[in-house]
Design a binder for this molecule. Structure first.
Ligand SMILES: C[S@@+](CC[C@H](N)C(=O)[O-])C[C@H]1O[C@@H](n2cnc3c(N)ncnc32)[C@H](O)[C@@H]1O
Length: 259
């Protein structure tokens, strides 16, 4: 039933959304045509996807304490199952890579490492950009650590623990936010809380990326609240992810784009 509802939401989004032809903002038009709709392969993509394939075949079981809304099972999931159900698809993760290339953030923060697939994409875009990634499941974080080593990614700092305790401390220690990717604890209140914590450190160039904005009613409500926030200027809703921008030179506008 949940799957059917999700398909319904996807179709509804597709019908409402547009492509590049109906975008009246030059900045967003450029972002859509030169970043979102680009289909260019990079060497690192091949390496990461090869690793994903290996993870998908793994029957090794790991035990995790459920800290978010994504699953009710707290233990004994196979690595293959996690790779199949939790990791961003190649298409979506490669978009993260391109967004990093385009926005050139000084630092990236990710909430939700899991096995490290999305982290690997974020980190591969620029080996000089530090990526701080937080994960609550120790055993998943350990596998991610091995994956980063295997991919020779040296710009990743892993933090293991609950977002609720770690994220505010991490933000407190920084002057500004460049790019934050929130892919964990997909419930309304935590999502809004992380968003509000971000607001204290955002500037005109900050980019927030929220994952799974149509995953549940709660996430749809959270996304609506984020869009309506006064500080938010531009949002780009790609169904699987929502991009939030704070560019003061633009009028407040929300874009629904087919991707
Ligand atoms: C969807 S997965 C992340 C997938 C990953 N970004 C990728 O695409 O490869 C979400 C992860 O967030 C973690 N998580 C959820 N709630 C959390 C919390 N409150 N604190 C720490 N980790 C949490 C889960 O353990 C899970 O591994």
């Amino acid at each position: 039933m949940k799957k059917l509802l999700f398909i319904y939401r996807y179709i509804a989004h597709w019908l409402k959304a547009t492509n590049e032809h109906k975008i009246n903002s030059p900045f967003v038009f450029n972002l859509v045509t030169n970043v979102i709709y680009v289909n260019q392969g990079y060497y690192s993509f091949k390496k990461i996807e090869k690793l994903r394939k290996q993870l998908l075949t793994s029957n090794n079981k790991i035990s995790c304490t459920n800290m978010g809304a994504g699953s009710t099972i707290t233990s004994n999931k196979t690595v293959g199952n996690i790779a199949k159900n939790s990791a961003k698809s190649a298409k979506q993760a490669q978009l993260l890579f391109r967004l990093v290339n385009f926005f050139e953030p000084e630092t990236i923060i990710e909430l939700g490492t899991s096995l490290g697939i999305s982290t690997a994409y974020l980190a591969s875009a620029n080996s000089k950009t530090p990526v701080i990634t937080i994960e609550g499941c120790e055993e998943a974080a350990e596998i991610a650590k091995q994956n980063f080593k295997h991919l020779k990614l040296k710009n990743i700092e892993q933090v293991v623990g609950n977002f609720d305790g770690i994220f505010p401390k991490l933000l407190k220690a920084r002057k500004k936010i460049d790019l934050i990717y929130i892919d964990g604890n997909h419930r309304k209140q935590p999502t809004i809380k992380y968003f509000q914590q971000c607001l204290e450190k955002v500037n005109e160039d900050s980019v927030l990326i929220f994952d799974d904005i149509y995953w549940s009613d709660e996430m749809m409500q959270a996304w609506k609240e984020i869009k309506n926030n006064d500080q938010v200027i531009v949002t780009i809703d790609l169904f699987y992810i929502g991009i939030v921008l704070f560019r003061k030179e633009q009028a407040k506008q929300h874009f629904m784009i087919r991707f």
